[in-house]
Design a protein around this ligand. Structure first.
Ligand SMILES: [Zn+2]
Length: 330
């Protein structure tokens, strides 16, 4: 492993020469992989395993200044100047491996990070629709199903899941629950119990523990909804409810929100205005590129994600205007 790290660091020296100093690269993760554990849910949300994640964090620590939420607030609101390339680390969705795998590594390396929590998922012990859809496909014994008057080939579960997630992403949020219920009948698989779903998520005790040990907690809305599709009332409800619950549970002021899904189709000017109005100082988007100090919109702080095929993380730093997206066919 040491040899691999050395090779990566050597390679990065070439790119460093074209790296500029006014950049803030934010890496966002959802889950970290545990090769010893069988995954019952969506494989698409998994990032690196512990070994690779540790390597990425060590690289970030060596090559950049990893800043906290408060430092970014100081930079954007109080004109604090940085003279190094900066980075941040964030996690979305409140999965248990944020606590089991990421947190010990972050703590060990004294790296600040933000965990963004969809509050209803933690309260109800329920996962997002992408995980439920993947669970149903993974657990079905059928190779072909009749669903919504169509014959559906599910021999290749990876393709079937990808197609399903693609469909669900386009769907009106209020129709998703009914769709999953119908799917469960068509695939002859019972929906996973709250206990099975809850095992994949952090508990309030765990969230509170990390929040007292260097991890900042942010809002990821109450029900992980696509904010640009909400009415103004629902938009306010989703953002305010999550802030109120987190502040009540943790006894701290919540200053950051990560917009669910996070692309430019998923939040808009209204989202930004409501977030600001409700007292958030920072709003984070996703798969939107690398930030340049001096031109950061506090309500569209850009984030990217690490890629298994990157030989090193200098790539996004060297080419900040390119948007780095994961290779995912959905
Ligand atoms: Zn999310």
């Amino acid at each position: 492993m040491k040899k691999v790290i050395k090779q990566l660091l050597e390679k990065s020296r070439f790119l460093k020469s074209i790296k500029v100093k006014d950049q803030l690269m934010i890496l966002n993760y959802h889950r970290l992989a545990d090769p010893a554990k069988k995954n019952l849910f969506d494989d698409g949300v998994f990032g690196p395993d512990a070994t690779r994640f540790k390597m990425e964090m060590e690289w970030l620590k060596k090559e950049t200044q990893i800043i906290s939420e408060n430092e970014l607030i100081d930079i954007l609101y109080h004109k604090k100047k940085m003279n190094r390339v900066c980075s941040m680390v964030t996690f979305d969705d409140g999965y248990i491996d944020n606590y089991n795998i990421a947190y010990p590594i972050l703590k060990n390396l004294s790296i600040p990070a933000i965990f963004f929590i969809p509050t209803k998922h933690i309260i109800d012990r329920t996962l997002g629709w992408w995980d439920i859809a993947a669970y149903l496909v993974k657990n079905t014994q059928l190779t072909e199903a009749h669903f919504r008057e169509k014959k559906w080939d599910i021999k290749n579960k990876e393709i079937a899941t990808a197609n399903l997630v693609y469909e669900l992403k386009k769907m009106e949020p209020s129709r998703v629950e009914g769709y999953l219920l119908e799917l469960s009948i068509a695939l002859e698989v019972a929906l996973p119990s709250n206990e099975i779903q809850g095992r994949e998520l952090m508990s309030w005790e765990q969230i509170k523990e990390v929040s007292q040990k260097g991890i900042t907690i942010g809002s990821h809305t109450h029900e992980h909804v696509i904010l640009s599709k909400q009415t103004l009332n629902d938009l306010r409800f989703q953002i305010k409810k999550s802030k109120d619950i987190l502040e009540d549970k943790l006894g701290t002021i919540i200053q950051s929100i990560a917009y669910p899904v996070g692309g430019y189709d998923h939040f808009d000017i209204e989202t930004k205005n409501v977030s600001k109005d409700l007292g958030f100082k920072l709003g984070f988007s996703f798969l939107t590129g690398v930030n340049r100090f001096g031109s950061i919109d506090p309500y569209d702080v850009k984030r990217g994600t690490s890629q298994p095929n990157w030989s090193n993380l200098d790539l996004p730093l060297a080419f900040p205007d390119r948007i780095f997206q994961p290779v995912r066919n959905k």
